[in-house]
Design a protein around this ligand. Structure first.
Ligand code: MN
Length: 323
């Protein structure tokens, strides 16, 4: 999906200054963003948000649905990131400038690595009345942010099971189970599905920071803490800090939650519109490359590409991520 805001705010991320040491329980509210167009989809954006720009290399998180809506996102570019498309319900057709045409369906991973630059479009299938899912971005580290753009579809992902719980490892590694998806920094992305009364203790990497995002239902998280569990429903992101080797999760009724985590991202980055870069001039260059067609052309989409919004009058700059 795309950031379709006509006047996107500068989003700054990164920097070791903001790296937390130790467990935390910060509930960070998302904001509602309309993606535009007729029967527009509404998304809840929790990353980047005020006070928390990244969780590991995860730098963008939109949740949508379940909603009767149409997704129609015209061709638009990305640089310096990976897009992770995860559906709970519905079907979305992805087309990109490296020639991919791939349907994404629930439980399967569509992963697009923009690297030095790619363009793509996304549309829900005509037979899809209800859409429910997540669009997540992972920032690429400096050493790999100029890789050749490519696309991966992973119909089979490793699953960890416990009574009443099922964990699908979408990105990275969890509890010794590794996703086949290509990643460039140590991280994890997993979906935890809990039956009514289900509970599980997730093994975590203490050097990672982690967060939870509920897709459906309500979960009780971190119940081992002296202060008791946090009840988390859809909407906000629960930032958990680092230094945890385990996380208890349970649900009274069926629920689905995403676990995002990773090694704290060491670099300062600038996010503007659909680009991740390192400074103002680079973002200006990306914008000009898109306008000239140098970031790729998507064939097969019935409509014109999205023009980039106007740049802000202020200079885009990478800063510490909690300022
Ligand atoms: Mn996109």
């Amino acid at each position: 999906m795309s950031n379709l805001e006509s006047d996107p705010r500068e989003a700054v991320c990164g920097g070791r200054a903001a790296v937390l040491t130790g467990p935390a329980r910060d509930l960070l509210d998302g904001r509602d963003v309309a993606l535009g167009g007729p029967r527009a989809m509404r998304v809840t954006r929790t990353l980047p948000t005020r006070g928390r720009r990244m969780v590991g290399a995860w730098c963008f998180a939109d949740l949508y649905g379940p909603e009767r809506a149409v997704m129609r996102v015209p061709p638009h570019p990305h640089t310096g990131l990976q897009t992770v498309s995860w559906l709970v319900e519905g079907e979305v057709l992805h087309r990109d400038s490296v020639g991919t045409e791939q349907l994404v369906t629930p439980g399967r991973l569509n992963l697009m690595t923009a690297g030095r630059g790619i363009a793509h479009s996304e549309e829900s299938s005509p037979g899809t009345p209800v859409l429910h899912g997540a669009q997540l971005w992972v920032a690429l580290p400096g050493a790999h942010r100029h890789v050749a753009p490519h696309f991966e579809h992973h119909p089979e992902l490793p699953v960890l099971s416990a009574p009443g719980a099922e964990v699908t490892v979408i990105m990275g590694e969890l509890g010794g189970a590794a996703s086949p998806a290509g990643v460039y920094t140590p991280l994890v992305g997993a979906q935890v599905r809990l039956d009514a009364g289900g509970e599980i203790r997730l093994p975590l990497e203490p050097g990672f920071e982690h967060a939870l995002l509920v897709l459906s239902g309500e979960v009780e998280a971190d119940g081992d803490a002296p202060e008791g569990a946090v009840t988390l429903a859809g909407g906000p992101l629960l930032y958990l800090g680092d230094g945890r080797s385990e996380l208890a999760l349970s649900a009274r009724r069926p629920a689905r939650v995403l676990l995002l985590g990773g090694e704290p991202f060491a670099e300062e980055i600038v996010m503007w519109w659909n680009f991740v870069g390192r400074g103002h001039d680079e973002i200006v260059a990306f914008r000009e490359e898109w306008a000239s067609g140098a970031l790729g052309v998507v064939h097969g989409f019935d409509g014109p590409p999205l023009p980039a919004p106007a740049l802000p009058t202020s200079t885009l700059k990478p800063r510490g991520r909690e300022r």
